[in-house]
Design a protein. Structure first.
Length: 293
DNA sequence: GAATCACCGTCAGACACTAT
DNA sequence: ATAGTGTCTGACGGTGATTC
């Protein structure tokens, strides 16, 4: 156990010390085939792209009312122009590796993402048809059931994929990585995303980097010496810590994304997180693709 | 030198937490 | 309902100080 623990620590150390800046490679879908983001709303599907209050491109803070823009400390080597995408998914259950049998295992039922840079078309959210039943107990968790997502006007992930890639491409700065942030990204959201890409015979672009806000939360200083840290790492506890009031439907993807946007910038401030520091915390997309093999 | 004790670090197992 | 990770606790061994 301890050996495994040390291996885990060593592995994390290696990952976090590896500067991950890679050139964009094949996504499995050529840019020419990607749909124009402007055409999203013409589709029958319930996929939506929305505008939030615009912010200057060099401000990596969110563009949510009542929140001050967050600025990372500048370094000489990095310019602050990589998109920072806060995302969340709802699924039919927990992540289970389903090598070679894509009919089994859990699927994504909702996807939401918000670009912290804000501006026009800075959010993307959609229900996703999981092509399987949604367990009844999840109705209580996120109010998503089989009747809501298993119908013809809800797109499958393979339908959403080109839209998602187009959305990211529309937010991306050429030559810069795309930084995805989610709570428990390393063990839940990113592996799920990699699995769905895999099902579509596609690969996540190699310049996609994933940052787990749960890992960042572990580094936060305790407010009280007697505080039990393990009870303060979920998104709800973090939002309470920072006095953030939840808006929207309970435990739905975009609501959690909005909450995480607030929490993330507060955490970044507390941790004095630099852009370079964030890059060092990130895990490359290819890592999650390899997990499936 | 031998025996005893306290302290510290390591280890294994159990449990809790987290995501949906 | 799953799986990975962190924390806690008790057991154990090593080391140094103290006492006889």
């Amino acid at each position: 156990m301890a050996l495994l623990f040390r291996f885990s620590q060593l592995r994390n150390s290696i990952w976090s010390s590896c500067p991950a800046r890679l050139r964009m490679q094949h996504t499995g879908l050529s840019p020419g085939t990607l749909l124009d983001p402007k055409s999203y709303e013409k589709r029958l599907f319930s996929t939506r792209v929305q505008e939030t209050a615009s912010l200057h491109r060099t401000d990596l803070g969110p563009c949510i009312s009542g929140i001050q823009p967050l600025k990372f400390q500048q370094t000489s080597e990095h310019e602050q122009s990589a998109p920072l995408l806060i995302f969340d998914i709802e699924t039919t259950g927990f992540f289970q590796k389903t090598t070679g049998n894509f009919q089994k295992g859990n699927r994504i039922t909702e996807f939401a993402v918000r670009d912290l840079c804000g501006g026009k078309n800075s959010t993307f959210e959609t229900l996703i048809n999981p092509e399987r039943d949604v367990p009844g107990y999840l109705k209580k968790v996120n109010n998503i059931n089989t009747d809501l997502v298993c119908k013809p006007d809800v797109p499958r992930f393979s339908d959403v994929l080109p839209l998602l890639l187009a959305f990211v491409q529309s937010r991306q700065t050429p030559g810069k990585p795309v930084i995805w942030v989610a709570h428990k990204a390393n063990t839940f959201d990113a592996p799920f995303l990699a699995q769905e890409f895999n099902r579509c015979s596609a690969q996540m672009p190699e310049d996609w980097l994933f940052v787990d806000s749960h890992c960042l939360a572990r580094k936060l200083p305790m407010l009280e010496p007697s505080e039990d840290k393990k009870h303060l790492l979920n998104l709800e506890s973090l939002s309470k810590r920072y006095g953030i009031s939840a808006e929207g439907s309970a435990h739905r993807a975009m609501k959690d994304v909005t909450t995480l946007c607030h929490v993330f910038q507060k955490m970044s401030f507390d941790l004095k997180l630099t852009y370079e520091g964030l890059i060092n915390e990130a895990t490359k997309a290819s890592y999650f693709s390899k997990l499936l093999k």
